[in-house]
Design a protein around this ligand. Structure first.
Ligand code: CA
Length: 482
């Protein structure tokens, strides 16, 4: 009987089902820069991800999962610690995680979980910054390479032959095969892909060769009626992709619009090829769980450290609090507690993941964690007072090469308020240059693509006042009062 049939047969008893089951295994698969709108379970218009869709179809899809700082290291630190970046100390790409401080893996390890991380780490290396809380770790140094990567296995450098996404999956499977059956496991399988420079493997190198990928609706955004921050950012598909990104020379005599479209096709096809390899490899791990009879007792989560601009607003990269970058894909399968085919629009944040794992394992959530367990949402018993707004802060001020100004802001279900405060406040990886502070307000109901800043529109005066009040309240709540 396959998992789908078993799930169909499974009836959901009332009350706390998981307490009747043994402590669940946790498989946390995270890719790097994989936007939700490049997954078919999120209605992608540009690709298919049949293996990832298995998780969504057999579990729950979160439509409003967001990061609290849209960049690699800070999001990873938030996930491991359950803390915002001003608390865990990883505000920018130049900050390393202090390995001596508490993290969720140390807690799981102490409670007899077998713990491992394989793949992208990106939180520093050496005595104070190597992974802690893991029985086994084998990670890429820094960003890592797509082909024949070096890795650091428990402090020892090792060289691998092959493609990084396959290798991370192979090592993850080897570790799973050697796990004791007597204790639960928690594995973080962290892919490097689809991070820049989007280098596909041979198997997927020719996908999409004969077709044109549709351009997003905001592809030709001219940044009118928005902040100067949007105009100033250097992440434009037409202008800022490098030779390394594009890999081949453009044909001669293209008009500027033709060149922009050509750049987009080069960029997005490689991005989607790299995603296709993740999809295949996620399928390998899901198959393994099913073959070994582990699927029902394993919480499988797939996410990415943040979203990404896929030509949206004419951009690649992330950092901004705009939707494509802010939103994380987040799908979860756990047949013992989550009904198949579930979808939620309840708000979830990356700082909530650690608390969710602890909740499902029956371990108390420590006070230093700042998020909320998502378990009630997953079990369709979301409390009435569930979070309806989030606090975001991007600390890097005008850092090279993308020059996105530091900002903080609030997103509610309907509105988004952003404040570009115009200076670094001493953050690392930041410019000392200053800019005139600017506000942006988007009415996501009227303007889902965030093309029209209504901050100065008098009709929104009361809304601005209310949102600012809530923004400052959340700042106090999460203790970001700098
Ligand atoms: Ca990333």
């Amino acid at each position: 009987m396959n998992l789908r049939e078993r799930v169909k047969q499974f009836t959901f008893p009332k009350g706390d089902v998981t307490k009747m089951a043994k402590q669940p295994n946790i498989l946390f698969i995270m890719s790097d820069d994989h936007a939700a709108h490049a997954m078919s379970c999120y209605n992608s218009k540009i690709n298919e991800t049949p293996q990832l869709d298995r998780i969504a179809n057999e579990g729950m899809r979160f439509d409003n999962c967001f990061c609290t700082n849209s960049i690699c290291a800070p999001s990873r630190a938030a996930i491991l610690t359950g803390q915002y970046n001003h608390v865990n100390g990883v505000r920018t790409l130049a900050d390393n995680l202090d390995g001596r401080k508490p993290n969720v893996q140390k807690i799981l390890q102490k409670h007899d979980y077998q713990t491992a991380i394989v793949g992208k780490w990106h939180l520093g290396h050496g005595k104070d910054h190597d992974p802690t809380g893991f029985d086994y770790w084998n990670v890429l140094p820094g960003q890592g390479e797509y082909h024949d990567p070096k890795m650091i296995e428990m402090g020892e450098e090792k060289h691998y032959q092959g493609y990084v996404t396959d290798i991370i999956t192979d090592i993850s499977l080897d570790w799973l095969k050697n796990c004791s059956q007597d204790k639960p496991f928690m594995l973080m399988c962290h892919h490097k892909a689809p991070h820049r420079p989007w280098e596909p493997d041979e198997k997927h190198a020719h996908m999409y060769e004969d077709i044109a990928i549709p351009e997003p609706v905001t592809f030709n955004d001219d940044y009118a009626n928005r902040s100067n921050a949007a105009k100033e950012a250097t992440m434009r598909v037409d202008r800022d992709l490098t030779k390394t990104d594009l890999k081949i020379e453009p044909p001669p005599n293209l008009s500027s619009q033709e060149r922009k479209s050509w750049n987009y096709q080069r960029y997005i096809k490689d991005y989607l090829r790299v995603v296709a390899s993740i999809d295949d490899n996620v399928g390998r791990i899901l198959d393994y769980l099913e073959e070994e009879g582990l699927a029902e007792d394993t919480i499988v989560m797939y996410t990415s450290d943040q979203g990404f601009f896929l030509g949206d607003h004419g951009w690649y990269d992330k950092r901004f609090m705009y939707e494509e970058s802010l939103r994380m894909p987040f799908i979860v399968r756990y047949p013992r507690a989550i009904e198949p085919g579930a979808v939620t629009d309840d708000m979830a944040l990356n700082v909530d993941f650690a608390e969710t794992w602890l909740d499902y394992t029956g371990i108390d959530i420590p006070n230093h964690m700042q998020g909320t367990s998502l378990r009630p949402v997953m079990e369709k018993r979301t409390p009435d007072n569930w979070q309806t707004s989030l606090y975001y802060r991007y600390w890097e001020h005008l850092s090279e090469p993308h020059k996105v100004g530091a900002h903080y802001g609030l997103r509610t279900k309907r509105y988004k308020l952003i404040y570009y405060y115009g200076k670094s406040f001493g953050a690392t990886n930041s410019s000392h240059e200053t800019r005139t502070p600017e506000w942006e307000l988007f009415d996501l109901k009227e303007d889902p693509y965030e093309m029209n800043n209504v901050y100065h529109n008098k009709a929104y005066g009361e809304t601005v006042k209310d949102l600012k009040e809530e923004l400052y309240l959340l700042q106090r709540k999460v203790k970001d009062e700098a």
